[in-house]
Write a protein that binds this ligand. Sequence first.
Ligand code: 5GP
Length: 179
Amino acid sequence: MAWTDQIDRVLFTREQIAARVDELARQVRHDYCSLNPTLIGILTGSFVFMADLLRRLDFDLQVDFMAVSSYEDGTASSGKVRITKDLDRDVAGKHVLIVEDIIDTGQTLKQLTGVLADRGPASVRLCCLLDKPSRRVAEISADYTGFTIPDAFVVGYGLDYAQAYRHLPYIAVLKPQGD
Ligand code: 5GP
């Protein structure tokens, strides 16, 4: 069986993603080019998006990462978020832009934005590649959104299923598990 056999369909091609990341970078540049912001990537899912977005931003900025665990090896949310890697630098007084792969129920980002807001940043905003608004439980929305998607479990471009598929250059929907 090929490693891509569980893929049902491609949702966004690499070309569509690149075009959208170009647009997001233009918006972020417009809003942040004079603010020397700190971009915070939420590991692991955001690492590809973060790398592509960053390389389109030609102004002074800092990069940091946080890791949280919310999903284990499946597709269902535990609803709880634990910081497993904290920032390396203080964000007090800094303009913080959180870079995340996807907002699903919103619980992860609701908690994370609260944690970061308590550290005294000048501002905290959110840039998400994907948004699944139909699944929202926590009240939160992104300031910059790549694509709004239906309620399906997606992989690729950094997003995994049980640590697989992160290196797909496109975003795909998996077949329902058990097929
Ligand atoms: P939330 O707290 O918003 O429910 O979950 C956010 C996290 O759940 C994301 O950062 C991501 O790691 C994971 N997640 C939510 N939906 C999906 C999905 O469709 N595919 C993958 N691979 N991860 C998802």
